[in-house]
Each structure stands twice: as C-alpha cells, then as structure tokens.
Design a protein around this ligand. Structure first.
Ligand SMILES: Nc1ncnc2c1ncn2[C@@H]1O[C@H](COP(=O)(O)OP(=O)(O)OP(=O)(O)O)[C@@H](O)[C@H]1O
Ligand SMILES: [Mg+2]
Length: 298
C-alpha cells in the first residue's frame, strides 16, 4: 500500500491509547458514602487486568464507572461505554449468569444482536459460532434450567462475546463455581480473549485466578476505595494449566497475597500502603495518571 505523499511514515508508530482510563476518580454516593478516592488506572486494548481487594473496597464501582452505569463525582473516566456511538463495544459479565429463563441458550445469546436490530436468521451464524467456541454447540435449544452452573456461565460469556466487544468487564463471574470448573473456564476465557484485541478488566477475590488470568493485578483497599498496589505477571500468553505449577506463578501469588494482607490491614486514613518489600508489588500504578488526555475520545 502506498502512503499519501503528505502522510509522514514513522518507524515507531505510537501505541494505541488505552481503552479504559480512570484519572483521579472520586465517587461519593448520594448517601454520603465515599466509595472511591483518587483512583487512577488504565487498561490497554489487548491487556488483561485483574482487580482484587477486600469486600466493599469499590471493585464493582470501578467496573460500573467503566461501563457507564455510574458517573464519577470528580476526576475523569474515558471508556467506549461513555460514547453513545461506541456503547456496543462494551460487554459486562456479572457474577450471576442473568440468563432469561424463558429463552433457549440460542435466544439468550442472540439478545444483544437482536437489540442491534439483527433478526434470528441474520444472527444465527454468529450465535452458533460463539456457542461452539464456549462448548455449547449441542445445547443451543436448551433452556437455562437444563444447564449446569458452569454451562450457564458459558452461555453468559457467549452472550457477552457475540457482539465482538473491545472492552470486557467481568465482576466475579466464576465465584459460584467449583474449583475445577473455575480453572477450566479460566483457561477457556484466556483462549477467547487472546487474539481478540480486547481490554479485559476482571474483578475477583481469588489470588490464583487473578494471577493466572492477568498481566497486571491491581490491589485495592477500602474506606475509601483506592488502588494501593500493582503486581505485574510477566508470563506470556498463551498460558496453559502448567503455568499454575511454575515458580513464576507461586512468586506472583505470594506478591499479590502480601499486597492483599496490607490492603486488609490498611487503616481508613490518608496514606495507602505501597506493597511489601522483597515482593514484586509496587505502589499504586502511575500509568493512568501519566496517560496523556485522550483528545477527541470523549
Ligand atoms: N448505589 C450505592 N449507594 C450507596 N452506596 C453504595 C452503592 N453502591 C455501592 N455502595 C457502597 O460503595 C462501596 C463499594 O461498593 P462495591 O460494590 O464497589 O464494592 P466491592 O469491592 O465490589 O465489594 P464486593 O467484593 O463485596 O463485591 C461499599 O461500601 C458499598 O456499600
Ligand atoms: Mg462487587
């Protein structure tokens, strides 16, 4: 392809901007509760970031801000969900599968495409493809009552993936599942995510799940909710189940667990703890604060 004469070709094209940016975000609910204080984070287009922290520290609130379901009290939030013309780029997977009980697996997965105006026939190929990718090809006619917990969650994820989202927000999606099913879904989730150039922000209470899935684990403390540590997980993708047996995995889990202990111990005061000496945990990430304002993206 030839470049137009006036287009400068750069040997180092700048990387695409993050898809999700929270910059110095505060969130106070109407009842006066200060849920988030000075939260800054960014998620790149092909990044998998986990959010971990004590109950009530504001993890779901962060997801809801990124999904445009809540507004920040102050600070800046940038995400496709906040732009009407790009709202469909975001998919949200809740802790409960939230399937329509009166509709088949096919019809549940068709729903978001139906809302975009696609008929059953127009959507059929996409729905069947995504159902097959989550291992539910044989179950398209089954109603939720006839699916196991893990199968319901697969259907819920299929419904999220069918629109080919660029942002995948997941709020403890596997919390209700047994360990083996959860590990299998973790492996499968990475396969679905990998190569799709999706920004994934994944909330969990599980240290091992956070480390297995993500490139970065952000640890939050409560009252008010704030990010107090960041642990990098440098293992490249694809990651197989063997990663769980590696020393790199154990090390990263130790670092996250130590940061989590600090987060639980953190007093509801001004100074946040900044990770454990000797571990790979760092203080609150600076990346979002350092991000240039994404001009023209709002
Ligand atoms: N709509 C609301 N009105 C008032 N307070 C709220 C509202 N939503 C959340 N909160 C409060 O904000 C704080 C953060 O809530 P959030 O649901 O984000 O926590 P969380 O980290 O997701 O917790 P968990 O791990 O238990 O799911 C909590 O103290 C919660 O009570
Ligand atoms: Mg929550």
């Amino acid at each position: 392809m030839t470049m137009p004469p006036d287009a400068p070709s750069s040997p180092h094209p700048s990387p695409p901007p993050p898809l999700i940016v929270l910059r110095r975000v505060h969130k106070q609910f109407d009842n006066g509760l200060q849920a988030l204080s000075d939260v800054s984070l960014a998620v790149e287009p092909d990044e998998f970031v986990a959010l971990l922290g004590p109950s009530g520290c504001g993890k779901s609130t962060v997801l809801r801000l990124a999904a445009g379901l809540e507004a920040a009290s102050s600070g800046e939030v940038q995400a496709p969900a906040l732009l009407p013309e790009r709202a469909s780029e975001t998919a949200f997977v809740f802790q409960e599968p939230t399937l329509m009980p009166w509709a088949s697996a096919f019809d549940n997965v068709w729903l978001p495409l139906r809302l975009q105006g696609l008929s059953r026939a127009q959507a059929a190929a996409s729905v069947r493809k995504v159902l097959a990718s989550v291992g539910l090809a044989e179950f398209e006619a089954a109603y939720p009552a006839a699916l196991s917990g893990g199968m319901k969650m697969r259907a819920s994820i299929a419904r999220a993936l069918v629109t080919r989202p660029r942002v995948l927000l997941m709020d403890e999606p596997f919390a209700a599942l047994d360990d083996i099913t959860r590990q299998k879904l973790n492996t499968d989730l990475l396969q679905w995510w990998h190569g799709r150039a999706m920004a994934a922000l994944f909330v969990t209470h599980s240290v091992t799940e956070a480390v297995f899935l993500s490139q970065r684990v952000l640890v939050m403390a409560a009252r008010p909710g704030r990010v107090v540590a960041e642990v990098l997980v440098k293992q490249p993708y694809p990651r197989s189940a063997e990663f769980r047996d590696s020393s790199a995995f154990v090390e990263a889990c130790r670092a996250v667990a130590a940061a989590l202990v600090d987060a639980h111990a953190a007093q509801p005061a001004t100074a946040a703890t900044a990770g454990h000496a000797g571990h790979a945990a760092h203080g609150p990430p600076q990346s979002a604060a350092q991000c240039p304002p994404a001009a023209g993206r709002r």
